[in-house]
Design a protein around this ligand. Structure first.
Ligand code: SF4
Length: 362
């Protein structure tokens, strides 16, 4: 299989680079493409838009200016810097990779594609982006934007969600990679992000329109081909905002799995009614001062959707909360409860966005 059979991909570099140089967006990691900046930005940009990444990137670099600082950062401080960006395993992998870079490469990010690929959290796209943008290596960096652009340029009907298709596109681009590899890769991504848009390609603004097969054949909106995704599993959960003496109960999630090692409010599977919450309190030996339903919320992960119900349970200041009693009721998590003020919740604990609807106002 060759995605771009007989397509003159070698013709795209010149007009593409001219277009990119004339109007490339100024981005901090682009204006100063040192390897550490390129790496951190590329990890942040996985699943997150440029505009949302900008303030996080600035904050992250100010707090952790180099690989050694990242390798030795405290886990909670790291999670706090990442709070709100989602997909927290990205941050954990950054730290693990930084430790490896310090240990094996004396703190210098490797330039070799395969060495980069061996780092935690670095896939083929990210390895290609770092090697080409930071070091000028002539390797491709194929993300979803690039796949869409190539698929349309070549009018390919291969499923771009298949790994095999991606490998073929990588091979085709590697074969025509100009010496300005970093700029070429960024230009392809930028074209996909700003012009060759998923729903409505802006072909009239495209520097490659005279070469593009999809445009010539009017196939822009039919391409790329993507096999249908599996449906998300929908789960109901009930979040308990338990307040005692002006503090709120939080606990750390398990070290593995969804939202691993982050802080959360105790929560139970299913949508619990008032009578069930009162029964739980009674079982736990508690007589709440008030039990108030909070607004419903929804949080979407890649494969799961949480539909959330919340209950604010206000306890007497001296109430004794025995976590085993809650655990027996199926609450997550099992680890000990910690009591935090509203200031501590916002400044010191990394509460994932999934629970943000239940954050008490400070
Ligand atoms: S001409 Fe249109 S479809 Fe083709 S690459 Fe450009 S924007 Fe995409």
């Amino acid at each position: 299989m060759k995605v771009s059979a007989a397509f003159p991909l070698d013709k795209i570099a010149k007009p593409l680079l001219k277009w990119f140089r004339a109007g490339a967006r100024s981005l901090p990691w682009r204006d100063d493409p040192q390897p550490y900046y390129v790496w951190v930005s590329e990890i942040m940009l996985q699943q997150t838009r440029v505009a949302a990444v900008m303030p996080y990137f600035a904050r992250f670099i100010a707090a952790l200016p180099d690989v050694r600082a990242l390798a030795s950062v405290d886990d909670d401080a790291l999670m706090k810097l990442w709070e709100g960006l989602g997909y927290y395993s990205r941050a954990r992998n950054l730290k693990k990779a930084a430790a490896l870079i310090v240990e094996k490469h004396d703190g210098k990010i490797p330039r070799d594609f395969d060495e980069l690929l061996s780092l935690p959290g670095v896939g083929r796209y990210t390895a290609g982006a770092i090697a080409s943008i930071a070091y000028g290596e002539r390797v491709p960096a194929v993300d979803g934007n690039v796949l869409r652009v190539v698929s349309r340029l070549t009018a390919s009907r291969e499923d771009i969600l298949r790994d095999a298709t991606k490998r073929v596109v990588e091979g085709d681009l590697a074969a025509v990679m100009p010496k300005e590899a970093g700029q070429f890769n960024q230009a392809m991504m930028e074209l996909g992000a700003l012009v060759c848009l998923p729903r409505a390609a802006r072909c009239e603004e495209c520097p490659l329109s005279s070469l593009c097969r999809a445009h010539a054949e009017g196939l822009e909106s039919d391409l790329p081909v993507k096999a249908p995704k599996k449906e998300r599993r929908v789960e109901d959960r009930t979040v308990l905002l338990i307040e005692r003496n002006g503090r709120f109960a939080v606990a750390k999630r398990p070290k593995r799995g969804l939202l691993a090692d982050l802080w959360e409010f105790p929560n139970l599977p299913g949508e619990k009614k008032r009578a069930e919450i009162l029964a739980l309190c009674k079982y736990a030996g508690l007589s709440p001062k008030s039990v108030r339903r909070m607004k419903a919320a929804r949080h979407i992960f890649t494969h799961i959707e949480w539909q959330l119900t919340g209950w604010h349970i206000r306890l007497a200041d001296d109430a004794e909360v025995i976590r085993e009693k809650f655990a027996a009721y199926g609450t997550s998590p099992l680890p000990p409860l910690t009591w935090a003020t509203t200031e501590e919740l916002s400044d010191a604990y990394s509460i994932p966005t999934a629970f943000k609807a239940y954050m008490p106002a400070s």
